[in-house]
Design a protein around this ligand. Structure first.
Ligand SMILES: CC(C)(COP(=O)(O)OP(=O)(O)OC[C@H]1O[C@@H](n2cnc3c(N)ncnc32)[C@H](O)[C@@H]1OP(=O)(O)O)[C@@H](O)C(=O)NCCC(=O)NCCS
Length: 244
């Protein structure tokens, strides 16, 4: 009974979230992302019942049918929606909260370095755009959004939007976040940016020093202008005298 209730709430949540969905029947028949979640619920039960091989086999059957590879050990919350399904990979120690939406090609994976809990924790109501990679034992905070194609390698605070490779925050609590200091750029190129910024600063300082010799020239030009203005005033005075 509970199973049917859960299936119904899954279908209703798709109806709410996907404007392309027209009816419950259509969702039941045409949403492989939902089938993948339902397969996972059974394979996860088998996994917990220590029927590990059966669980793995079932999850591989699900992968074959839906294109979604969810390890049976992963913990998935309620109303999890995988839109378009294909190419999604969810690792063994991943934890996904309730009302999470992810698109095709998303990986909740490990970095290949860790043991134990090595996959992400995705909190409630997170949205992850297509082909984003969320890697390592990191946490994506509640209500946060991950841009399509991003590679997230560190924790994302709640109510934030991150984009890029590697991902950085562009919105937090509804406010735009702009990077103005190159030290804040978390990127393989950030060292080059920091070095470039330091070089520009150094050149500006040197240019400031180089302006000194220009000042006498400016002073001389100002003197010449003042002298010319003086001459003009004198000639005006003479013309006025001639007019009398
Ligand atoms: C991340 C996302 C949710 C942000 O949406 P938003 O709040 O409307 O953000 P904005 O459009 O205001 O973009 C803000 C900045 O981030 C940049 N940006 C947005 N999404 C980006 C992305 N995925 N990768 C890199 N940069 C991105 C924009 O170019 C913009 O930069 P600018 O201010 O320098 O011009 C959205 O862009 C996204 O990626 N959605 C996923 C959609 C998806 O997966 N669809 C699948 C359909 S099948």
């Amino acid at each position: 009974m509970l199973m049917f209730e859960r299936i119904r709430e899954d279908i209703d949540s798709v109806l709410e979230r996907d404007p392309a969905a027209r009816s419950r029947l259509e969702i039941l028949l045409c949403y492989p992302g939902l089938w993948a979640v339902w397969f996972h619920r059974v394979s996860h039960m088998l996994w917990n019942a220590k029927m590990r091989l059966a669980a793995r086999c079932l999850s591989q059957l699900a992968r074959f049918l839906t294109g979604v590879d969810i390890h049976p050990g992963a913990l998935l919350g309620r109303r999890f929606f995988i839109d378009h399904a294909t190419g999604v990979v969810i690792g063994e120690t991943a934890i996904v909260g309730s009302d999470v939406t992810i698109y095709q090609g998303v990986t909740l994976g490990g970095t290949g370095k860790g043991h134990g809990k090595r996959h992400p924790t995705v909190c409630d109501r997170v949205f992850i755009g297509n082909n984003a990679n969320v890697l390592g034992n990191i946490t994506i905070g509640e209500n946060s959004r991950v841009g399509a194609g991003s590679v997230v390698l560190s924790d994302v605070p709640p109510n934030s939007t991150v984009v890029g490779v590697p991902a950085h925050i562009i919105y937090r609590n509804g406010e735009r976040v702009l990077i103005t200091d190159p030290h804040d750029v978390k990127d393989p190129l950030s060292d080059a940016l920091i070095a470039l910024a330091a070089r520009v600063e150094e050149l500006e300082e040197r240019l400031g020093g180089a302006r000194q010799p220009l000042d006498p020239f400016t002073a001389e030009a100002a003197e010449r202008t003042a002298y010319r203005e003086e001459l003009d005033r004198a000639s005006d005075f003479v013309s006025m005298g001639e007019g009398i």
